[in-house]
Design a protein around this ligand. Structure first.
Ligand code: ADP
Ligand code: MN
Length: 177
């Protein structure tokens, strides 16, 4: 039996990667070009209070993974979503038809995160996360290898090419593939 797409009419794509690699910018362009719904998980967590408070050390919300998954379940079942988040191991495997891991060369990422105001351990933790390819390893450990793709996101040209590649993939995707 061919179970591709789990009955969805449109595919679900996860766009993950270290903060600053371009998830939100890429997701937003892709959503427009391929007529998909962009779900920025970080924003959703804040809007709907899907967290267990504020982590003073890490300077971020402590995401409640169960609440996030409950919130997204119906939309994911429907299909046609781009999920944008810097983590990927707590979403159900069955949700996604494609998992994109964006990657950026270190000096470029360093500048982007500095421009965003990151300093100290927040900056160095994210740089280390990228050096050790934490998100690529997490994606490979959490999803079938044949749906995980790493894309370089150093320049505007890279981003345009990535969006083009993904738009083509969405056009070719069919529920039975
Ligand atoms: P993320 O959502 O992964 O944290 P963003 O999409 O917010 O990353 O991008 C962070 C910053 O880097 C933004 O200012 C964005 O314009 C810039 N940026 C992202 N990707 C690229 C790229 N491929 N080329 C040039 N600038 C980029
Ligand atoms: Mn983002």
């Amino acid at each position: 039996e061919n179970n591709g797409g789990n009955g969805r009419k449109k595919p679900n794509i996860l766009i993950t990667g270290t903060p600053g690699t371009g998830k939100t910018t890429t997701s937003s362009l892709l959503a427009d070009a391929a007529q998909l719904r962009h779900i920025n998980v970080g924003d959703l967590v804040k809007q709907k209070n899907l967290h267990d408070g504020w982590d003073e050390d890490l300077q971020c919300h402590v995401i409640n993974e169960d609440l996030v998954c409950d919130e997204l379940e119906d939309m994911m079942e429907e299909g046609g979503n781009i999920v944008d988040y810097h983590g990927c191991d707590f979403f159900p495997e069955r949700w996604f038809d494609c998992v994109v891991v964006l990657q950026t060369d270190n000096p470029i990422l360093y500048d982007r995160l500095s421009n965003r105001g990151y300093t100290g351990s927040k900056l160095s933790n994210n740089i280390e996360c990228e050096i050790f390819q934490v998100l690529l390893e997490e994606a490979k450990a959490s999803y079938p290898e044949n749906i995980v793709v790493a894309l370089q996101s150093d320049s505007i040209e890279d981003m345009s090419k990535n969006v083009e590649t993904l738009v083509d993939w969405v056009r070719r995707w069919s529920p039975a593939s």
